[in-house]
Design a protein around this ligand. Structure first.
Ligand code: ADP
Ligand code: ZN
Length: 614
């Protein structure tokens, strides 16, 4: 029996030797130690927290085989490729393989040549697998995406139920359940559903320090998305849309403007889905415009932005979806485009739900989401608060509201103008109108609709020409947010006065609104996780990586992550020793890539000055 200190040393040296990393992420070491001690273990780490290493490193140190149950058949190949690149004997068995290929793999497994086996959960339904696993020496069963056992979670997989049975059949094996799902109810279901034996539980903070959160007022969303991704043309990202149709139109408009964007939704054929997902993973399409059908198990570590074109239904979905950005720990952006109209649309959908309990629940969850979008407080505190996590500062420094605290201003006069305009329109009879039409009246627009309805004869016609339309839009939305106006949830979004507005008009109350969110770029501050480097050299190395990846038919990040490339573009390693010190350079990768990378860097330095970083 080795001492805890010896085990820690072994874990640390594998971390460096095989994966090229020098330190553990929070709880990785504790989780591995617990697994090595033969205990059942439950690991709750956020996306990007480094769950895979928690079983991959113990697999290398424990005798016998580690079995990884993963629901994501499409991803197994990538994960196994990445392990083979790092020199680990890994394989997978799932329905994508021919019978012959499976026989060959089984032979290798019987001969004990494999350390890590990725297995699709439906195999566990086959009796002979139960037998085989009992015959082999299985030291560890790791259950990835363990929340799939929960009927309450978002990805219920009935096959996961078999794992509980396996727990009884393999009494000497340690079981490790891993998930990034943070809600308490699902956690309880995992422990009981998998029949874990008094599991040691480790829960990391769900804060993602390298993610920057912001909300911008949705105006011309296609333009806004275009502008956001034009700021980072070389980077990959996801744009979530509320409808299948939306993903296709957006991908088409972005492509017209010179971006490489593809749609993804459950209505596409499975070949097309696989093709588009692959193009995204291999960096051939930089942007994927997707419904929420996309993402579960997207392990791409260098997703640099997640934009929500439409309002998500609840905070949990928003957290999961934005969580797909920045798994590699480098700074990444989460942007929500928000309009009050979107909120009204979602409310309208909820009104159609027939089950009253469900309807109320969904309404409550939506309310929290709207609060997040409209709140002038720290975004991170709001998000983590939803999962019961208390953040002990008032300013995270990496969200729009912390970086540019919202200022308030006196808007009594324009508010009175807008509110009385709503009043006059209602008084003049006929239909109510939406915000846009009200603004036409205020600014004295000479349109068919205004004339037809006689709105050019209202006393409020043209009294608002001192503000632009955009300014009026903002004032209107603030009055909605602050509860002076309400908007119907039908498609006309008719604006009506509330009691609060009637009181305010009668008593000539002062009305203050938050100053408009500006669409300017965020302040260029260094954010958490950022690695300052020679951007020029980084581009050169990125191109090199892309061509190596193409030759080998693997995604670029399997060669090296962005983090490693940035460190190379900072340290300029030109010999084998310096190269081996870069994070992410393990022994196998050093053998394979030292020459081509150091030669490229040496060549680069012949024509470019060397920058120094602190
Ligand atoms: P998760 O499954 O929890 O979302 P992954 O296991 O995919 O996270 O890891 C995310 C990224 O972080 C991967 O690129 C991985 O190589 C990297 N990583 C994991 N652990 C470490 C570590 N200790 N040091 C540096 N990078 C790490
Ligand atoms: Zn903040």
């Amino acid at each position: 029996m080795e001492s805890p200190k010896e085990i820690q040393n072994q874990l640390e040296s594998k971390l460096k030797e095989v994966f090229g990393y020098t330190s553990f992420r929070p709880y990785q070491l504790e989780i591995m130690e617990s697994v090595m001690a033969g205990k059942d273990t439950f690991a709750l780490l956020p996306t990007g927290g480094g769950k895979s290493l928690c079983y991959q490193i113990p697999a290398l140190l424990m005798p016998g085989l580690t079995v990884v149950v993963s629901p994501l058949i499409a991803l197994m190949k990538d994960q196994v490729d990445a392990l083979l690149e790092a020199g680990v004997d890994a394989t997978y068995v799932n329905s994508s393989l021919s019978a012959e290929a499976i026989r060959e793999r089984m032979r290798n497994l019987h001969e004990g040549k494999v350390k890590l086996l990725y297995l699709a959960p439906e195999r566990l339904l086959q009796d002979h697998w139960e037998q085989i696993l009992q015959e082999w020496e299985v030291s560890l069963v790791a259950i990835d995406e363990a929340h799939c056992i929960s009927e309450w979670g978002h990805d219920f997989r009935p096959e996961y139920r078999q794992i509980g049975k396996l727990r009884t059949l393999l009494p000497k094996t340690s079981f490790l359940a891993l998930t990034a799902t943070a809600t308490g109810r699902v956690q309880e279901e995992i422990k009981s559903g998998l029949s874990l034996r008094e599991p040691a539980c480790f829960k990391a903070s769900f804060n993602r320090p390298n993610l920057h959160y912001r909300v911008i007022a949705k105006q011309k969303p296609t333009n806004q998305v275009h502008q956001l991704i034009s700021e980072r043309p070389q980077e990959s990202g996801i744009v979530y849309c509320g409808s299948r149709n939306g993903t296709e139109t957006l991908a088409a408009s972005l492509s017209e403007r010179g971006h490489t964007a593809l749609p993804y939704h459950a209505g596409l054929s499975s070949e097309e889905r696989a093709r588009n997902q692959d193009a995204f993973l291999h960096d051939e399409a930089k942007t994927i415009c997707a419904t929420i059908a996309f993402g579960m198990g997207i392990d791409k570590p260098n997703v640099r932005y997640v934009i929500h074109h439409d309002l998500p239904k609840n905070i949990e979905s928003y957290y999961q979806e934005t969580g797909r950005a920045g798994r590699d720990g480098l700074p990444s952006d989460c942007v929500l485009l928000y309009s009050a109209g979107d909120a009204a649309k979602q409310r309208y959908f909820i009104d159609q739900v027939s089950d009253i309990d469900q309807q109320q629940n969904q309404r409550k969850l939506l309310q929290q989401m709207i609060h997040y979008a409209e709140s002038p407080a720290c975004r991170r505190i709001d998000l983590l608060g939803y999962f019961g996590e208390v953040w002990n500062t008032s300013d995270c420094g990496a969200c729009d509201n912390c970086q540019n605290p919202r200022e308030w201003e006196d808007a009594t006069i324009p508010s009175q103008k807008l509110l009385s305009c709503v009043f006059r329109v209602a008084q003049s009879g006929g239909y109510g109108t939406g915000l846009n039409h009200l603004i036409e009246i205020l600014t004295g627009a000479d349109t068919e609709k205004v004339r037809q309805r006689g709105h050019d004869r209202l006393s409020t016609y043209g009294i608002g020409s001192d503000f632009s339309r955009k300014e009026w839009q903002w004032i209107g939305r603030e009055l909605i947010r602050l509860g002076y106006l309400q908007q119907t949830a039908d498609k006309y979004s008719v604006v009506q006065l509330t009691e609060k507005a009637i009181e305010a008009l009668k008593n000539k109350e002062e009305i203050r609104i938050a100053k408009a969110l500006e669409l300017k770029k965020r302040r260029a501050t260094r954010s958490e996780g950022d690695i300052e480097c020679d951007e020029n050299l980084f581009d050169v190395l990125r191109t090199l990586r892309q061509s190596l990846a193409k030759d080998r038919g693997v995604p670029a990040y399997i060669i090296f992550g962005d983090q490693s490339l940035r460190l190379m573009a900072r340290e300029y390693p030109t010999d084998a020793e310096a190269f081996s010190l870069i994070q992410g350079v393990g022994e196998k990768k050093a053998q394979e890539y030292t020459e081509v990378f150091t030669a490229t860097i040496t060549g680069y330095l012949e024509n470019h000055p060397r920058h120094h970083f602190h």
